[in-house]
Write a protein that binds this ligand. Structure first.
Ligand code: IPM
Ligand code: MG
Length: 356
């Protein structure tokens, strides 16, 4: 059988390290199955080609069956003009692949319970929810303007949603809830924003097709509080792009570390984009300190969603669980010197592989 094509974007900072680990794991779990095509995107592409997402890079991603991405950006490119910042490359890939649904699972890995900063009685109730973040609309893709009002500098960013953009992400979230505990929380700011009122109306319309799913609506400020107060009550959260960006960083701390969380971005076509939710962490790049687990779990999500290889995905996820149970820890999840072994990213990858 011909190999399955995967575009690989190592990116900047710790991106290449965590991607290297994920590719090793994939190759181990399914030898010779994938044709990996490395693609330049982000700061490295700016350095080489003068733009964060060269057309050829996007084409490779669009032609591949899935794209696996590390992380992009860093202080080196802080002063390039906004249109060619590394992050624009990332948004270009998301938009170019039309992956509007960003799935970010947050669950406590039992062996990491001590890394959860919440009170024990709260954590002990269990934390296992999924954020479904709208990824190709809202303020990220609205018009960005810098101008002048009465001689002083002014700027604006447009938050806009169309009905169909809300409807399609709502369907993804409802379906997800259906396969889980059947509770959907839609997060908005409908007391202030017109776009949120449309969001709420459309979610309620879609809800009629899923009578078995319970729907709650929360304002984003309240949601961020409830996530800390009663995280166990959340199952699936659906929200717009910016709120989802913010809430998923909050979620990452609730479950211990941003280094642990993978994400899958899906659309109506079958070309998924898979990435950890963390950034490029330039402060620790090149020091073998980065936790590769988020990216390794993103690779597992790729196997599950893009390649229907759920058996292999389970193998990877179980290996991660085992390794954590045994006490292996990268710096971001290390808390207990008596029971835990502090290791680097390479070693973490190796122990995961040894458990496959
Ligand atoms: C994320 C990141 C990106 C985002 C940045 C790097 C543009 O924070 O994937 O959550 O805001 O979407
Ligand atoms: Mg973010």
């Amino acid at each position: 059988m011909s190999k399955r094509s995967v575009a690989v974007i190592p990116g900047d900072g710790i991106g290449p390290e965590v991607i290297g680990a994920a590719l090793k794991v994939l190759e181990k779990v399914s030898p010779n199955k994938f044709d990996f095509q490395e693609v330049a995107m982000g700061g490295n592409a700016i350095d080489k080609y003068g733009e964060p997402l060269p057309a050829a890079s996007l084409k490779t991603c669009q032609n591949a069956e899935a794209t696996l991405l590390g992380a992009v950006g860093g202080p080196k490119w802080d002063n390039v003009s906004p249109e060619i910042r590394p992050e624009r490359g990332l948004l270009g890939v998301r938009a170019g692949l039309e992956v509007f649904a960003n799935i970010r699972p947050a669950r406590i890995f039992q062996p990491l319970a001590s890394a959860c900063p919440l009170r024990k009685d709260i954590a002990d109730k269990g934390i296992d929810f999924i954020i479904v973040r709208e990824l190709t609309g809202g303020i990220y893709f609205g018009e960005h303007k810098a101008f002048e009002i009465n001689g002083e500098r002014a700027a604006s960013d447009l938050m806009q949603y169309t009905e169909h953009e809300i409807r399609r992400i709502a369907h993804v979230a409802f379906k997800m809830a259906r396969g889980r505990r059947k509770i959907l929380t839609s997060v908005d700011k409908a007391n202030i924003l017109t776009s949120s009122r449309l969001w709420r109306d459309v979610v309620n319309e879609v809800a009629k097709e899923y009578p078995d799913v319970t729907v709650n609506h929360l304002y984003v400020d309240n949601a961020s509080m409830q996530l800390i107060r009663v995280p166990s009550e959340f199952d699936v959260i659906v929200t717009e792009n910016t709120f989802g960006d913010i809430l998923s960083d909050e979620a990452s701390q609730i479950v211990g570390s941003i280094g642990m969380i993978p994400s899958a971005s899906l659309g109506d076509n079958n070309r998924g984009l898979y990435e950890p939710i963390h950034g490029s962490a330039p402060d620790i790049a090149g020091q073998d300190k980065a936790n590769p687990i988020g990216t390794i779990l993103a690779a597992a999500m790729m196997l599950r969603y893009s390649f229907e290889m759920s058996k292999e995905a389970d193998l990877i996820e179980n290996a991660v669980d085992e390794v954590l149970k045994e006490g292996w820890r990268t710096g971001d999840i290390y808390t207990d010197s008596e029971h835990e072994n502090l290791i680097g990213g390479k070693k973490m990858c190796d122990v995961i592989i040894s458990h496959l």
